[in-house]
Design a protein around this ligand. Structure first.
Ligand code: BJW
Length: 230
């Protein structure tokens, strides 16, 4: 086996204290998706959206990576072949765990984006509606987050990686949101073995060759050891 492609979702950060989206009491129970995760919601009420991401940025700064994040960093460091880590998460816990290269397909809390000229720069801890872009000076700064209806980042690179994968692993994601939910089908089509890690089978769980049920902090460390020993 030469190449492992891994997709992570909110479930991997749940045991670090960060909320998932679709659980009872999760982020979408507290906020309407269309208010805080669409460009139209941002246009209607930028303060609500900026405050939502300011709060999550502050919470993320206090969070530590868990045994699941650490296991994936160990896999990247010690596997003889290539490990590609794609995350839908906007936190930085993979990086804090030591993962060197992470593809943030849904953007990152630590980033700001100019809605007018697409310049990206490091976000301050607290953004305000109407913050100026450092490039064009217009008051059009927004969190660098991919909202519904927007194109996720690095899709060409991701599909190239899926095409070359020997093993595709999906961790802590519900399979509700595309294009990420379609990666398992693409990886299978290109010949990869596939494995899902979750508390329960996801919406696309039936497409995986193997499903490991349980908290990521418990299922990932032994899986990584299995791979490193094989
Ligand atoms: C554990 C655990 C533990 C808990 N251990 N596991 C109709 C059909 C198909 C598609 C569409 C459609 N209508 C519209 C679309 C497209 C739309 C979409 O998918 N909508 C669906 C709702 C249907 N997608 C988009 O608009 C995307 N863009 C797009 O498609 O562009 C066009 C395109 C075309 C072709 C190719 C490429 C592009 C953009 C999507 C942007 C998503 N943004 C969000 C919010 C922003 C980020 C943020 O605020 O943080 O991203 S939505 C939200 O969902 C967030 C997440 O990244 C994403 C996925 O959530 P995730 O990670 O799966 O979390 P949960 O809570 O759902 O699940 C957690 C899981 O963990 C659960 O399964 C638990 O069991 C598990 N778990 N603890 C292991 N300890």
């Amino acid at each position: 086996m030469q190449k492992i492609v891994i997709l992570t979702g909110a479930g991997i950060s749940a045991e670090s204290g960060l909320g998932t989206f679709r659980a009872e009491g999760g982020l979408w129970a507290q906020h309407k998706i269309e208010d805080v995760a669409t460009p139209e919601g941002f246009a209607r009420n930028p303060k609500l959206v900026v405050d939502f991401y300011n709060a999550r940025r502050a919470q993320t700064a206090e969070a530590d990576p868990n045994a699941g994040h650490l296991a994936l960093a160990k896999l990247e460091a010690e596997f003889a072949g290539e490990v590609v880590l794609i995350t839908q998460n906007v936190d930085d816990l993979h990086e804090k765990a030591g993962s060197q290269k992470v593809i943030y397909m849904h953007g990152a809390l630590k980033g700001a984006l100019c809605a007018a000229c697409d310049t990206r720069w490091p976000a301050p801890m607290v953004m305000a509606p109407g913050d100026a872009c450092p490039n064009c000076d217009r008051p059009t700064a927004r969190p660098d987050i991919v909202w519904f209806g927007e194109m996720p980042y690095d899709m060409d690179e991701i599909f190239d990686h899926l095409a070359g994968a020997d093993l595709f692993a999906s961790i802590g994601t519900s399979g509700n949101v595309y294009p990420a939910a379609g990666f398992v089908a693409e990886a299978r089509r290109c010949g990869a073995d596939t494995v899902e890690f979750n508390l329960e089978p996801s919406l696309v769980g039936s497409q995986f060759d193997d499903i490991r049920i349980g908290p990521a902090t418990e299922t990932l460390p032994p899986w990584v050891d299995e791979i490193l020993k094989s």
